[in-house]
Design a protein around this ligand. Structure first.
Ligand SMILES: NC(=O)c1ccc[n+]([C@@H]2O[C@H](COP(=O)([O-])OP(=O)(O)OC[C@H]3O[C@@H](n4cnc5c(N)ncnc54)[C@H](OP(=O)(O)O)[C@@H]3O)[C@@H](O)[C@H]2O)c1
Length: 221
């Protein structure tokens, strides 16, 4: 399956590209900096230069043509201010969903964040509040669409090696951390389980093996 990943040079995206390439899927990483192409290719994916704060839905739809799934793994990142939380964490997700609809790509896995889905706590840091507001708006946009979406809300990300053991369930989950490598494995599994569509799932480290945890989320519906 051809899988187009927004934020193709992100830490989770590069791990996911390796997993997809390893199982014979064709990953395409969207990047805004051409210098990132070599890393994406080394991870086994095709690199396409596309700035998600500048591209049109029509341009993106052409890139998505023929894909089996879209993964939204972009983010404005640590160091960015409130305006880019809106233009990337919300705006780029909306753009990808618009393009997916135009291109007829139904499967859409969105990386959101634990904390989304409710208003930021009063007195929260302004940039954190903008981030949570943007993630919540991106989720709401996706839920309203006729797409086979799955929203994945990881806890705080770490760069620890994969454990293969997770806690994946409908909200709310207790706060926790999760290695990016485990998030990538969960996304790869979600792509192979279309029965997980129309679910919002939270994810932290836990005790359940990835494949079984993903399978049981749609058996519980
Ligand atoms: N940090 C946490 O604890 C945490 C917790 C839960 C969820 N998340 C979410 O998890 C997701 C992935 O995390 P991660 O650590 O893998 O992210 P990451 O390493 O920061 O990667 C994000 C990617 O998005 C790209 N990007 C930003 N603006 C773009 C644009 N205009 N056009 C195209 N690409 C653009 C960045 O490219 P450049 O290098 O060019 O900027 C970067 O490669 C993010 O959505 C994040 O919000 C994070």
């Amino acid at each position: 399956m051809r899988v187009v990943i927004a934020g193709g040079h992100g830490k989770i995206a590069l791990l996911l590209e390796r997993l997809l390439a390893g199982r014979g899927d064709q990953a395409v990483g969207l990047i805004r900096n051409p210098a990132h192409a070599a890393d994406v290719q080394q991870a086994g994916a095709e690199a396409v230069v596309c700035d998600l704060e500048a591209a049109s839905a029509g341009e993106l739809a052409a890139v998505l043509s023929g894909a089996g799934a879209v993964v939204f793994a972009a983010g404005a990142g640590p160091g960015s201010g409130a305006p880019r939380k809106d233009s990337v964490d919300r705006g780029a997700s909306v753009l990808m969903a618009d393009a997916a609809e135009r291109a007829g790509v139904r499967r859409f896995v969105q990386i959101s964040s634990m904390g989304a889905g409710q208003p930021p706590q009063p007195g929260a840091d302004e940039v954190w509040a903008a981030y949570i507001t943007a993630k919540t708006a991106a989720e709401d946009d996706l839920r309203a669409r006729d797409l086979d979406w799955t929203i994945l809300r990881p806890g705080r990300l770490t760069d620890a090696p994969a454990t293969g053991r997770i806690h994946l369930a409908a909200p709310p989950l207790p706060a926790g951390t999760i290695p990016r490598a485990d998030v990538a494995a969960v996304i790869a599994a979600l792509l192979g389980e279309p029965g997980t569509r129309h679910q919002t799932l939270e994810l932290t480290g836990g005790n359940s093996p990835v494949a079984g945890a993903v399978r049981s989320t749609h058996q519980r519906r």
